[in-house]
Every structure is written in structure tokens, then in C-alpha cells.
Design a protein around this ligand. Structure first.
Ligand code: C6P
Length: 416
């Protein structure tokens, strides 16, 4: 991108204004300004989310769907308001399709343990890809081992892209479900999910999308994608931890058995028989994470007010800038060079273990993630035990990329 374009993008998208919304970014670590480049692990929270949490516990705290008193009604109203905000935000057709979970992981486990157990028979297949996070591998392995079904794996090429012809070939009449990431957390690859969903549907195979890494960067329209299930976490979208969403098409959710039993998921209980509640409550047993759900609503408000087109341009420009600067450093090898990438760069540095890179950068005030990123099969595919990973959010800047590059020079000096 030329300098003129870069300036135009930066003017349209006021990163300093955005940074002001995130109080944590103002602090220093080891006497250095914090450079937070671990957003794929969890993003930071804007003040309006933090304030909502504080306000909830100061003014509202009560259990939901249970009390007739003022506070309980208020809490229930705000809790359900978030469901409606999420519904609108992802363009689901009904609030019944929005199931609150603890996060992406729980959403995937829910589908594996309900839809999966109900539909997978001996000899059936579940199809996932090589680039999946453990959350989208292990629940299917558990299911397959119970029902003696087989887990099939879509290969990826050397750039870290799904080989779509192989995907198509691996979808067979035995495939009960296919599940893959929208955006890879370890490679940054953005999969062509709409196209892949269409291919699966042409073969009558339902699709679950792991949307954990896509939600902070894109405006997702589940109806446009035609996803059958789409699972994501609030904490990667500038909301609190411990709350997430499983979107599911009503036709699927209605026929699935409950996930857990307990309060709120029933209409009536006798020792002889229990009648389950309607959607979405059938899948929400027990007192939910009320405060974080309501604060997640504030995060949705925050995201909803942003201009995603300029965010995407800005983040893309930052990714290109960082890729260019990192590639110029001798000894750096970037893992994951897909045509379509989101804000993740995984790399190795010759002669230095990724953990050492992370530790030295930390002393410079720079937070990155090192290790296998809960995607060990990806590490095996690329023949590395671990990588260093930087991941951007909309509040990161070119100056922070420069600080990272200086930090890596420091790592090289120490290991020279
Ligand atoms: N990845 C990372 O540093 P939970 O933990 O349920 O909110 O999200 C799990 C998950 C599922 N799928 C993908 C693609 C993910 O990236 C993650 C979380 C973090 O990459 C923590 S391991």
C-alpha cells in the first residue's frame, strides 16, 4: 500500500480515539509502554464494557428468569436484551437461535454431545481441517470414540490454506457433519467459509463454523453464510470472559436433545417425567453468567457502532506492514502465508526458541503468545514444535510494530 493510501486509511480510522476507549493500554510494563499483541488469546476491554460490569453489580445484581421482584426483572430484561443484540448483530432469524455458552469451546462441545450423539452412527465420519484449534478437534474425537465413527482431516497446503478439492472429495455420504474455523488462530488464514458451506450443503452435510477468531475482525451474517452452527466467544470481541454464543439454525436446535439438565431448562419436573423448556432455554441449564452476558451486550454495542470497512482496511494495512518488516529480519520464517489472512503472524527465529523470544519481548513491555497455540496438528504439519505469534486488534499501531521489530533486534543481540 502506498504512503498516500496509508495516510487516507489512518485518517478515516482514528486509532488514537479507539485507544482512548481502552484504559489498560495506557499502562507501562517493566517501565515500558505496554504493547499488547496477544489479541487472538483475548482482547482488551473498552471502558463501556468495564463500566457495565461495575454498574450491574452496583445497581442490578439478581438472578434471572426466577424472581418477580424489581431487580430480578431488571436483570432478566438486560440479560435478554443482550440476546437480542447478538441476534441483530449476526442477523439470526430468531432469539431462539442464540444459545449462551461459556465460549466457543462449550458451543462446539454442545453440538458434539447433542447433535453428534443423536446422529453419529458406527461407520459415520466427522470432517474437520488440519488447522483446527484443539476445541474443534477433541470434542469430535471424544464423540467418534464413543460411537466408533471416524474423524477425517482436510489437508492444508504449504501456505496454510485448506485444499478445497480435497475437502470436496472427503465429504461423502458417510459425513455426518463438517466443522472448521472461519479464521485460523495459529496461521491467520481466512477460510472461504461461504463457499465451503455451499459445497457441504450440496452434499446434504451440515456445517459448524468455529468463529472465535473471525468475530473481532468481521461483521458476520450467519444467514448470508448459511452456517448451520456458528460458535464464538465474547472475550475475543472486547467483551468479558466466560460468555459466548452458539448460533444454531432453529430446525437443528429443535430436534437436538438438551446438553445439561438443571434449573431453567425445564417446563415441569416430576420424578416420572420432565418436560424440557423451549429454545433457547432448553440448552441453558443453571444460573447463567448474568453480569458478563450483560457486559457482552455493551461490547456488541461498541462493535456495532464501528465502521467495519475502515477497520478491515486498517487492520489489513497493519498486517502488511508487520509482515514486510518481520520478513526483512534475517532468520525469521513466517508460518502461514495464505492469500487471505486476518491479523495473525506466526513465526520462528533461527537459533532462538519461541519461548525465549516471548520472555525477552515481555521485558520490553511487548506481550505476544508463544507455544503451540492449542493447535498442535498445525505445528506438526509445519514441522515446528512451537511458534511466536503476534495478533492485532483494531487498537494496535505501526509504532507498536516498530517496537516489536526493535524488540526482536534485542533478542538477536542476546542470542548472537
Ligand atoms: N484461542 C488463542 O490464543 P475459548 O477458549 O472457548 O474462548 O476459544 C477457544 C478457541 C476456539 N477456536 C479458535 C480458532 C480459537 O482461537 C480459540 C481460542 C486462543 O489462540 C486461546 S487458546
Amino acid at each position: 500500500m502506498s504512503n498516500t493510501n496509508t495516510i487516507a486509511v489512518e485518517q478515516a480510522f482514528d486509532v488514537e480515539k479507539i485507544r482512548n476507549d481502552f484504559p489498560i493500554l495506557k499502562q507501562s510494563v517493566y517501565g515500558k509502554p505496554l504493547v499488547y499483541l496477544d489479541n487472538a488469546a483475548t482482547s482488551q476491554k473498552p471502558k463501556m464494557v468495564i463500566d457495565t460490569l461495575c454498574r450491574y453489580y452496583t445497581k442490578t445484581n439478581a438472578n434471572v428468569h426466577r424472581g418477580v421482584h424489581f431487580l430480578s426483572e431488571k436483570a432478566s430484561h438486560e440479560y435478554e436484551e443482550t440476546r437480542e443484540k447478538v441476534r441483530q448483530y449476526i442477523n439470526a432469524s430468531s432469539h431462539e437461535e442464540i444459545i449462551f455458552t461459556r465460549g466457543t469451546t462449550e458451543g462446539i462441545n454442545l453440538v458434539a454431545q447433542t447433535f453428534g450423539r443423536q446422529n453419529v452412527r458406527e461407520g459415520d465420519e466427522i470432517l474437520i481441517s488440519t488447522m483446527e484449534h484443539h476445541s474443534n478437534i477433541v470434542p469430535w474425537q471424544m464423540l467418534c470414540s464413543e460411537g466408533r465413527a471416524t474423524l477425517k482431516i482436510i489437508p492444508i497446503n504449504d501456505k496454510g490454506e485448506i485444499i478445497v478439492e480435497e475437502y470436496e472429495r472427503l465429504l461423502t455420504p458417510r459425513t455426518t457433519l463438517t466443522a472448521f474455523a472461519h479464521v485460523s488462530n495459529s496461521l491467520g488464514t481466512v477460510n472461504s467459509v461461504k463457499h465451503m458451506i455451499e459445497i457441504a450443503h450440496n452434499k446434504n452435510v451440515p456445517v459448524l463454523i468455529d468463529g472465535a477468531q473471525a468475530m473481532p475482525h468481521y461483521r458476520i451474517d450467519v444467514r448470508d453464510l448459511d452456517a448451520d452452527f456458528y460458535s464464538f466467544s465474547s472475550h475475543k470481541m472486547f467483551g468479558p470472559t466466560g460468555i459466548g454464543v452458539l448460533y444454531g439454525k432453529k430446525s437443528f436446535l429443535e430436534s437436538m436433545p438438551p446438553y445439561q439438565g438443571g434449573g431453567d431448562m425445564i417446563k415441569s419436573v416430576t420424578f416420572e417425567k420432565t418436560l424440557y423448556n423451549d429454545l433457547p432455554y432448553k440448552f441453558e441449564a443453571g444460573t447463567p453468567n448474568i453480569a458478563d452476558t450483560i457486559a457482552f451486550g455493551a461490547a456488541i454495542d461498541y462493535l456495532g457502532a464501528l465502521d467495519f470497512e475502515s477497520i478491515q482496511e486498517y487492520e489489513h494495512e497493519l498486517l502488511e506492514y508487520a509482515t514486510e518488516r518481520l520478513s526483512a529480519i534475517e532468520g525469521i520464517n513466517i508460518i502461514g502465508t495464505a492469500e487471505h489472512k486476518a491479523s495473525v503472524i506466526s513465526f520462528t527465529l533461527e537459533g532462538v526458541h519461541p519461548h525465549d523470544i516471548g520472555t525477552i519481548l515481555d521485558r520490553e513491555g511487548i506481550a505476544i503468545r508463544t507455544g503451540h497455540h492449542c493447535a498442535q496438528p498445525v505445528m506438526q504439519r509445519f514441522g515446528v514444535p512451537a511458534t511466536a505469534r503476534i495478533s492485532f486488534a483494531l487498537y494496535n499501531t505501526r509504532e507498536e510494530v516498530d517496537a516489536l521489530v526493535n524488540g526482536i533486534s534485542r533478542v538477536k543481540e542476546i542470542f548472537a
